[in-house]
Design a protein around this ligand. Structure first.
Ligand code: ZN
Ligand code: ZN
Length: 453
């Protein structure tokens, strides 16, 4: 298991040696991902290399149009590509909602051969969902290293004020010009860092899932992400000063994290309970008619919130667990249903339960998991001990001036308290939070997050 990263003469990222003997199915990454300085000018050539065609719709918002959209448009027109423009104009930052998706759809013609998105998360996603449904290739031109979604295959969108996820595909060509990304405001860069730091939690949870439930774990993907995050931690000042090196390290970390989704076909390596908390905040804020926080900001803050639970668990003595006591405190199926409906709403709660039927455990299964945790505690502890010290991660965000607390993300105490208790229930993906719950310890760990059940 030793992969290597390199670039060809065209600034195309090459990751080799990705094969490993793990039980996961590995897909080869076929997308062309370019990272480098002053590479926007190569876009027409990148497109010709893949024979994408001569007519496209270019999607940007009023900000990204000025940052890079206009330049890309001129470069393509100079290369005799017909460009239909879809510039989404908003006074506030654009939301990836039905209106934005519709604007893209109505800017596509029967003759359109490919789509070009110029922007970060929202622009990429509203273009991605259209490219997927219309079976058209997509060229993604990144404008900010603010999230790991460039290489993703899922579109987080908003429909009728509710957050939804729709399947998508990874853009065929991704262009990250360091000179463009450097112009992104520091707040967006902080958000990218927050999204990346969450990967430590995702990895620990994935390994715990492997230990408790024999869930397949891919050490290559795990290592790919960890190496990228570790590198980021040691280059915070460069990132803050937006040097070429700093922006490249952050961009590579985001792209490589996203790339694991293509390799193993799921987001296990990049998202766990910290992302669930962030989704929950988005969901409730939208319901309340408030603006949801920037994705990476909330992931970063949630990472800081859950981190101490991991370090505390590593010091536990599970041999002391009283199984009869745990059994007597178990939620009944009815109590669990009521809890899910209360926290996720009638529709949301019921659909989560439908999609994750195995989430209501029999006592036999719960007992098996507790016993496995007791037997394999040394291995669980090793996963947690492999995480960097909390202070190091906190220090990165502090030095950048990133959001550090839920209040910084506009999250009030009620929402915080509720989210800490219910985020583990968002999906059946295993996590330390689920293990704590199954061992009857979660409420004790969350004592400071007051909630009456
Ligand atoms: Zn994320
Ligand atoms: Zn593998």
């Amino acid at each position: 298991m030793s992969y290597s990263l390199s670039y060809d003469n065209d600034s195309r990222l090459i990751v080799s040696g990705l094969s490993c003997g793990c039980p996961c199915d590995h897909e080869e990454v076929t997308q062309d991902i370019y990272v480098g300085n002053d590479i926007l000018k190569n876009i027409p050539r990148y497109i010709r290399k893949q024979n994408l065609g001569k007519r496209c719709t270019l999607v940007a918002d009023n900000i990204t149009w000025e940052v890079a959209g206009r330049t890309v448009c001129e470069l393509l027109e100079a290369d005799e590509v017909t460009v239909d423009r879809c510039i989404i104009r908003r006074d506030e930052p654009m939301e990836p909602d039905e209106r934005a998706c519709g604007e893209v759809l109505l800017s596509v013609f029967p003759e359109t051969e490919f789509l070009v998105s110029v922007g970060s998360g929202s622009i990429t996603d509203v273009t991605r969902v259209n490219a997927t449904r219309l079976h058209l290739p997509q060229v993604c031109v990144g404008t900010a290293p603010s999230m790991d979604g460039y290489t993703s295959a899922v579109c987080p969108l908003i429909l009728n004020g509710v957050k939804i996820h729709r399947p998508g595909k990874c853009p065929e060509i991704i262009v990250c010009d360091i000179d463009v990304l450097k112009t992104a405001p520091l707040t967006m860069i902080c958000s990218g860092v927050g999204d990346v730091l969450g990967k430590y939690i995702a990895k620990a949870d994935w390994m715990i899932g492997n230990i408790i439930n024999d869930e397949p774990y891919c050490p290559t993907c795990g290592q790919l992400v960890t190496d990228a995050v570790n590198k980021l931690i040691t280059h915070v000042d460069e990132i803050k000063e937006k040097t070429d090196e700093g922006i490249r390290i952050l961009t590579e970390a985001l792209l490589l994290a996203g790339m694991t989704i293509m390799i193993i076909g799921h987001t296990r390596a990049v998202a766990s309970v910290e992302h669930n908390i962030s989704h929950y905040w988005d969901m409730i804020q939208l319901q309340r008619g408030n603006k949801p926080p920037q994705h990476g900001d909330s992931v970063g803050v949630a990472t800081l919130l859950v981190w101490p639970m991991f370090t505390r668990f590593a010091k536990e003595d599970l041999s002391k667990l009283d199984l009869e006591d745990i059994r007597s405190r178990r939620m009944t199926r009815e109590e669990r249903e009521a809890w899910m409906v209360r926290t996720y709403g009638e529709e949301g709660g019921r659909s989560i339960m439908r999609e994750n039927p195995e989430d209501f455990l029999t006592w036999e299964e719960q007992e098996r998991r507790i016993r496995r945790a007791q037997e394999r505690f040394t291995d669980i502890k090793a996963c947690i001990d492999a995480m960097p010290p909390f202070e190091a991660v906190y220090g990165v965000m502090e030095r950048l001036g990133a959001c550090l607390t839920p209040e910084d993300c506009g999250i009030d105490e009620d929402l915080l308290n509720l989210s800490m208790h219910c985020a583990k229930d968002y999906r059946s993906r295993y996590s330390l939070f689920k293990l704590l719950d199954e061992c009857g310890m979660l409420d004790e760990y969350l004592k400071e997050y007051q909630i009456t059940k």
